[in-house]
Design a protein. Structure first.
Length: 475
């Protein structure tokens, strides 16, 4: 017991000696910490710094305007980019409803080799299949003029909605490699073709396994009939309707169907009573249906995504009033001695600031995003509004006119359509590409399609999406 008391006494003495040293070290460290200056918040990286990280360089005009912003605006721009990147990194966009995961699971199950082989076997035994064994592809053969990128996408999106509603499997059969199989593999060449080919008998050919239908340039009545829209025919003759009924019956029995289509039927399917209720229950409506399909079918990744994000953050910043200007000059724009129509060009140069005067808030910085199939349009706007004009890096050319199209060329056209949808307002020439951007924007009465001069009384009228979806290549 005596030894224990001595040990406790020694321990107390040692602790008493250590405590002062600990207090001295704490005081010294605290003093030194207050002598170290507070770190100065670093400036957001400049556009020049950002460009080094991008395989796709942004246009100098965008860099100039971004660099002209205040420090606080640059911070907000960076925050917008970070928030958008985080939201878009989710596998399914939360604003698009509940259908995405359901369809993805369905698609994955039905593109397994054994499932595809079962569809082939059922068809050969019974001469028909049910919808869950049907694969419907938007088809554009290599040597076929299927129209511009907007017309193609109108067709592809229409077939996708049809497959989504009617329990079929959507596929893509294009010669260009722009449909990345990152979330869902849409490509016939990688999913169906190897399995179909492996199941061919000696006397069978690959193309014989497909029912191919050319719906290019079809009118609304005929498309309504094909997509089960039950409106009363307006212009189509009864003989054509009966002919199309026979095609439809055969299509509904086939496992593999390829459709050439350069017209849109998305909004027409959306207003069909039965389809409308179903799509709205899933979370799709006129405002979001195009942007949601785009994000699901054509998700941008890597450099292409970062490229669009730089434009998106600026054009949608609350301190920026942005106006998209798209001028489709048509096929003559590709001729060597092409010159702009002076009167037509002046309409746009006059109407863009009229939109600003009518709708911009005091203090907002003005930005005109200019897109065209002729580089002369960008030059005109840059000369007239040098501190407000933003251009993209795409080649000024129409999709159908480009030769030796690379993946980057096609992706740039696709990203241009997305970028064209970001500004708050838009004035457009009468083109499918501009209408695609209007559908992606989703805001009704924010786009004006130019048919003449800009009203001098500043009463700017904008176009309804309903009207845009009923004209020309529709929607």
């Amino acid at each position: 017991f005596e030894d224990m008391v001595i040990s406790q006494g020694r321990l107390i003495a040692i602790v008493a000696l250590i405590i002062p040293f600990v207090l001295i070290l704490y005081i010294e460290a605290t003093s030194r910490r207050h002598l170290v200056p507070e770190p100065v918040p670093s400036e957001p990286p400049t556009i020049e710094d950002e460009k080094e990280d991008l395989a796709w360089s942004i246009h100098p005009s965008l860099a100039m305007i971004r660099n002209s912003l205040t420090r606080e605006q640059k911070r907000e721009l960076k925050q917008l980019e970070d928030d958008t990147r985080l939201l878009d990194s989710r596998p399914f966009h939360p604003s698009c409803g509940i259908w995405q995961s359901t369809y993805m699971k369905r698609h994955h199950e039905r593109t397994q080799p054994d499932y595809i082989k079962n569809a082939i076997e059922t068809w050969k035994k019974k001469g028909r299949v049910t919808s869950e064994h049907q694969y419907v592809a938007h088809y554009c053969p290599k040597d076929q003029d299927c129209g511009g990128i907007a017309d193609r996408l109108f067709g592809a999106f229409s077939i996708f909605i049809y497959c989504l509603v009617h329990n079929k499997t959507f596929m893509i059969d294009w010669p260009e490699e722009i449909w990345y199989p990152e979330v869902v593999d849409w490509n016939v060449s990688s999913v169906l073709q190897p399995i179909i080919t492996s199941e061919l008998k000696p006397n069978e050919e690959y193309d014989q396994m497909w029912m191919t239908q050319n719906f290019l340039n079809w009118n609304p009545d005929r498309l309504d009939h094909m997509f089960n829209i039950h409106e009363t025919p307006r212009t189509t003759k009864l003989g054509e309707i009966n002919h199309d009924t026979n095609i439809k019956v055969r299509m509904d029995a086939q496992p593999f169907v390829r459709i050439l289509l350069n017209r849109g039927s998305v909004f027409r399917q959306l207003i069909e009573p039965g389809t409308q209720d179903l799509l709205e229950e899933w979370g799709l409506n006129q405002r979001n249906i195009y942007s949601c399909m785009w994000q699901f079918l054509l998700p941008l990744r890597g450099p292409a995504y970062e490229y669009t994000l730089k434009y998106r953050a600026l054009l949608q910043h609350p301190d920026i009033f942005s106006v998209a200007v798209h001028i489709r000059n048509g096929d003559p724009a590709f001729e060597e001695n092409f010159t702009l129509d002076r009167e037509w060009m002046d309409y746009y140069l006059e109407c863009a600031p009229a939109v600003v005067r009518k709708s911009a808030q005091p203090g907002q910085k003005i930005v005109y995003l200019v897109s065209s199939d002729s580089d002369l349009v960008g030059k005109e706007f840059t000369e007239k509004y040098p501190n407000e004009t933003v251009l993209t890096m795409s080649k000024p050319a129409h999709f159908s006119q480009m030769k030796d199209r690379s993946r980057d060329d096609l992706l740039r056209i696709i990203t241009d359509a997305m970028i064209l949808s970001y500004p708050k307002y838009a004035i457009h020439s009468y083109s499918g590409f501009a209408r695609l951007a209007a559908f992606l924007r989703g805001n009704n009465r924010r786009s004006r399609f130019m048919t003449g001069g800009c009203p001098m009384n500043e009463h700017i009228w904008y176009t309804d999406i309903d009207w845009l979806a009923k004209v020309w290549s529709m929607g």
